[in-house]
Design a protein around this ligand. Sequence first.
Ligand code: GLC
Length: 687
Amino acid sequence: MIRKYTFGSQVPTDAVVQSLPAESGAVPYFTLSREENRVILTLSLLPDEILFGLGESVRGINKRGFRYRSWNSDVFNHTESTESLYGSHNLLVFFSPSRLFGVYLDDPGLVTWDLGYTRSDTAVITSENGDLDLYVLEESSLTELARAFRRLTGRSYLPPRWAFGYIQSRWGYASEQEIRAVTSEHRKRHIPLDAVCMDIDYMTDFRNFTWKPDAFPDLKGFSESLKKDHLRLVPIIDAGIPVAPGYAPYDTGKAAGLFCRKEDGSDFVAAVWPGRCVFPDFLREDARIWFGNLYRALLEAGIEGFWNDMNEPALFYSDEGIADAFARAEELRGGRVEYEAMWGLKDAFNGIANSMDDYRRFYHRIGGAAVRHDRVHNLYGAGMTRAAAEGFRRFDPSRRFLLFSRSSFIGAHRNGGIWQGDNFSWWSHLKMALQMLPNLNLCGFLYSGCDLGGFGCNVTEDLLERFLQLGVFTPLMRNHSALHTREQEIYRFSSWEMMRDTVGVRYALLPYLYSEFMKAALTDGMYFRPLAFDYPEDSRAVRVEDQLMLGEGCMIAPVLEQNAEGRYVYLPEDMLMVRFRSAADYDLVPLDKGDHRISLGLNEFPLFVRKNHPLLLCAGGESSETMDDRHFTVLCRMDRDVGYSLYRDDGENPDPDLARGLTDVALDTALLRASPVPGVAISDILL
Ligand code: GLC
């Protein structure tokens, strides 16, 4: 059951698709108070209560014990003390043996989640705007609660099937030749690959929807020739439009008055990669249509996937912000500067980027009224995602496009995926990526993944390998790194064959993982889940922080530490461990419920499969398009006859029919007689 409560008058956020009447009584579970405009919800936490949700945020799967802020932020340097990341996903689920409910704040402004931070036994949720729709969700299980939330907010985005292939990316690829060098190194060494991302350097002067004519003299021809080799290009698009009269997107947007404005009616200007930019007012439908149509030039050049970036929006500086910092410096000039003033001065300059002052300097037009940006800040990236997705649909309604964004808000999960932003080549960020995934799924973002290898800093060979071992299972499997960091393509490393074999496992599993993803998306389910969803009564399982359930029948438990030659794994039930070294080389080890020390050399990683759940492996391949998804080896630890329904489709139909896509696979216990591994059926099938 979902109950809705309305406070003040919130602007339309497009987050919710179900229209529910607002209740008039008191909000259950919480004590409500108001301070100026703020709405404050307070609740005593039960000693054994676990909190799930808040999608993209740092720290554990259980969010208890920290303070988070929903405020979409460009945070290149994030650590475990960072309170806000790139997206705001205001769903929190309270789970304990004695109560289960969720609270969702449809509120596009700043929301603070003090979850046992100020007082360890108290949660305090504060909406700064005080204008919001609040939903309280009650269902009989975590899984049902997640499903109810998805029904409230709409079905998850469906990427094309090729988007489940391996994607190579690096900030710095600047020409056709450089990209060809990357693709040919992969093909030459048989490292599977489906796509290469084009970061900002493909553009002329970092201007969206342009490409450097010398570096890409025939983009269409280039993309077509890559497609013959089953490869795709995925260009980046940034939110800001450079102030450059003569540049068509600037001229047309300016003429139609589609940019965000300051109080005096002039366009708000701040610098991003191209220098001084204006910002499309993505909260307006006419601006979204105009922006969505700008993708056409690239779509006509054969591009089928994009990543949208800098859409919090990131603001490097504004002239006003710089003037304010200099004014602060002027106040101190000539005097004796003591250390406090010096730190203040330093902060004045350090705080120029993404400053709250700038976010208060501009306005959106919503329903004819001017709304100051900070009140609706968290909607901006979602508006850009929507503009792009709707533009693609107008261009070609008969197929799915790849789209993933950096900034997001609930609702954007219907239009695109997200990547987890600028992580670093740190072991702690490998763990953070894992822990974020189930909470992103809970909030609707099924198509997601992190920059494998880490974006900032220099990766080490072992860290890249362990990142790839997680990436084998994440729907978005992209290796991405920053300019000036160590080159991170697999073929740069002496143990590239080991990494190639790891990516090869992804391709052997791809039909199965795609099936699990599509079934989750089409039934409003989750692809990754905390163990608590499947074993709510197992007091050990509910607190596991470094293992995830995947699809109907699997569990992952990657190695997250350097120099580890294995790890402890908790099995909440009897399972089959498939310890992979490559698509063709793996051990099958039946393990019983309980704790196990698993030995995992650097080239090894496990997948745990529930008893009586068949796992389907194909022969793999070098691209998602050339794989044979009819011949499979089926592996199953079983003690009865079992079946599995594999979902397959053409990989691009935008409105797939779940029932029509399913093919049933049946395994008979008679298979066990011939098996070299007791209790495990191994069977080759043709579908
Ligand atoms: C931002 C993005 C990153 C990209 C860079 C240059 O930092 O998050 O992925 O490579 O900008 O475009």
